[in-house]
Design a protein around this ligand. Sequence first.
Ligand SMILES: Nc1ncnc2c1ncn2[C@@H]1O[C@H](COP(=O)(O)OS(=O)(=O)O)[C@@H](OP(=O)(O)O)[C@H]1O
Ligand SMILES: [Mg+2]
Ligand SMILES: [Mg+2]
Ligand SMILES: [Mg+2]
Length: 453
Amino acid sequence: MPLNCSSLAAKVPHILGQGRIYTPNYVGKFFCFFPCKRTYQNSSLQIVSLSKLNQSFTSSIMEDLKSLDLSSPQPEKYSKEMDIAVRAVQMACSLCQKVQDSMISKANSQVQAKDDNSLVTVADWSVQATVSWILSESLGNRNVSIVAEEDVRTLSKADKAGLLEAVVQTVNECLSEAPRFGLKAPQMFLTTAEVLEAISHCNSTGGPTGRFWALDPVDGTLGFVRGDQYAVALALIEDGEVVLGVLGCPNYPMRKEWLNYHHRYHRIISKLTPPTSESWDKGCVIYTRKGSGEAWMQPLLQGQKKLVWPNSARPVQVSSIDNPALATFCEPVEKANSSHSFTAGLAHSVGLRMQPLRVYSMVKYAAIARGDAEVFMKFARAGYKEKIWDHAAGVVIIEEAGGVVTDAGGRPLDFSKGMYLEGLDRGIIACAGAKLHDKIIKAVDASWNSSSL
Ligand SMILES: Nc1ncnc2c1ncn2[C@@H]1O[C@H](COP(=O)(O)OS(=O)(=O)O)[C@@H](OP(=O)(O)O)[C@H]1O
Ligand SMILES: [Mg+2]
Ligand SMILES: [Mg+2]
Ligand SMILES: [Mg+2]
């Protein structure tokens, strides 16, 4: 039967607006279909490539098309989950921006210290409730299992009624905007009990089998309360493997200028108040599907606009720099979270000359995936166990953008052992490419015994 554009589009729902096509051998490449002009197999179909394709590559796609069973197209795996996750993270970022703006102008009664002295805010609980509610509503409550950072212990205390009220109001304000993000809003305001239930629903402990989400509602809470960088991180893990990663970075603009800004901020004006989010330009959401070989970035939704995607997305890729002398490395801001002295020695030994880029949160993973930095290292104190939600989304995004992430022994991070990255050897190393990664791993081994870690 001749192929023509409209019959193909009708039969292959996975030809997306942007002109992406998924064929058996070429999944997710960037093509555009235009009707007429040239004929293909008696059809009025023309394939126009938006990337630089050679003739033989184009021909092989033609072969793929011929072999496609158009009567029973295979939808892309996890496409529904990806769609919901990106929309939910966009919504969560918008919630965080509002809370962060209001915190900068108000006294911080909305920030609480947890038992381990780390911080938690109205935004952390509100994002967890919102994302949990959206996932359950969209994918079915019974199908959705979530491992997440926060719980309701503090919020349920009698003297925290004001805090709980602020969370319930923030969640309802956010959910009322769901249609702008292409999601369904609740028919009525969620009650306090429903908000607490949504937070508590995130009680999975992960593990090696089945499917669960890993959510860090606000990663880098310290950065968040300081008006600085933070991230919303959501990953889908199936049978121990991270299969989807979505990272919202509300203060990380689509364009790279922020990096220079950051350096200036830390070197020259570090004694001044951190900038408000207006002056950072607005952020981005980066996402990927395992095995796609691609990671995508879309701008954060602004003002009263409606979310249009994937039309607004563009691909991101790691940097091609493999010479340590030219590479930028990033690490946690807090010395308590990673040894700055060990990484400084290591950087010196491999010839990393650039100043370390110290950024709160999984924005560090985003910086590597976007090609804005080349190495990320984290060496927590002995005995600290890394949690899966602090890394899952970032790891898969870097890998699909072309990078490599392992522990310091060169082994992949293991997301199958529950809520912690059990068996992690010393620390985490993410690099823009295998060559650079190899050099850093060797340097860790060489430096480790002489260090006091
Ligand atoms: N002692 C210690 N060592 C290592 N890591 C710790 C430690 N304490 C906390 N955490 C976790 O670190 C998360 C923030 O990590 P970062 O790499 O972004 O650190 S930093 O904020 O830039 O300093 C942070 O995530 P959030 O709590 O979501 O902010 C914590 O999960
Ligand atoms: Mg925390
Ligand atoms: Mg975190
Ligand atoms: Mg967190």
